[in-house]
Design a protein around this ligand. Sequence first.
Ligand code: ADP
Length: 438
Amino acid sequence: MKHYIKELENLGLIIAVTAAIDIAIGAFPYFITGGLLVFALIQQKHTANFKKWAIRPNKTPNLSNKSWQLISENILKSINKSKMANTPFKTELLILQDVSDSLPDAHIVIDNTGNITGYNRAATSMLGIDKSNLGGSLAALVEQSNFVSLTRGEIPDNITEFPSPLDEKLRLEARYTVLDETRAVVLVRNVTQLNRLLSMRQDFIANVSHELRTPLTVIVGYLETLLSEELDLKTTKEVLQKLESPSNRMQALVDDLLLLTRLEAAPQPSVDELVPIDMARLIEQIISDGQAMSREKHTISPLIETKKVVLGVETEMHSACSNLVQNAIRYSPEGGAITIAWQPIRNGGARFSVTDEGIGIPQEHLTRITERFYRIDFDKARIRGGTGLGLAIVKHVLVRHSTNLSVSSELGQGSSFFFDFRKEQLAPESIEDKFVDK
Ligand code: ADP
């Protein structure tokens, strides 16, 4: 305030002095007019300096006029104050942007003409949207007709599926939501995996139904014969015997399905569940079961070259190993030789393998044979008595034992299925000795 008073005092002094000079020398109003002109010019200069500072008011001004200096300092103070007040707001906005960029789903904000006004990082990876597309049409970027209709709000339920414009194999699902009269948001998520799972589930149900229906049809056929015809005891017995095979088939399928479901749902076995498994004894057991299955028509021999003991879940390991032996029998001609080996490998590990001289597997099928119900020759495999789940069970057991199934095969020559255990997965030598002494 005092600077303004001082300013007024200066003006008063100029008027008083110049008026006094004018009166003294009789030159009124020349001096007073000149004085006021000089005062006005000086004020003009101060205003210009202030204006210059005001263009970029980011540091303390250095103005010769005290009043302007004070005004400028006050302006600067309030600018800084409002900057401080905006900082948390800006930080919140940046956090929101980071959050939206970290989301796996894409979102694109469009105005009421369908032009892009904002997007997150996932929109770049899924649809290829970048800065250059801001202000441009979203529909022009994704030229799928259903997507275009969606961005115009013309799809019932406001949801549609379409292939990614960047990669046709990616299936995307877009959802349209109106934000207000001027804006809408399009949310996009990748549903490729979900679709795959759904179609796997459908295939699985179809396969199970098919597998069960075939033996069931046979059983129903024989039952109808039994019920509709007067049969003597001998014929009745013969018909009843025919029911045994399809019933066993259904039983095997249900058993395998239950085992597979249990293996898939169970968590990785804990250290307490792992017991030492004497592989030599396990091989002995499965050879005897195998010989019963083959009715002694194959030569099944053990090849035990190590006394290493596996730490595992015995029932599961038995199931995996015997499935491989059953397959070797199933897919080998009569008289074929099958070798079940337990051998040392490098770094103190050990390998279990089943090698046959059977029909072999074409290379292109090798990566798929562990899929549920995957068969190379569907009809032949079923005639041979498999459920189509054997190798899927083996795969799951091995995953639960931190190892995996390998196959080498030559068409018409035979196959070898094997899996390895690292030294850490085997029992210490002290335990090995106990088993060997038994
Ligand atoms: P399946 O019950 O049909 O044998 P698996 O899951 O055990 O089902 O095996 C899947 C497919 O892999 C079989 O249908 C068969 O075509 C092939 N396969 C498995 N083991 C052998 C083998 N030792 N020799 C030749 N083909 C085999």
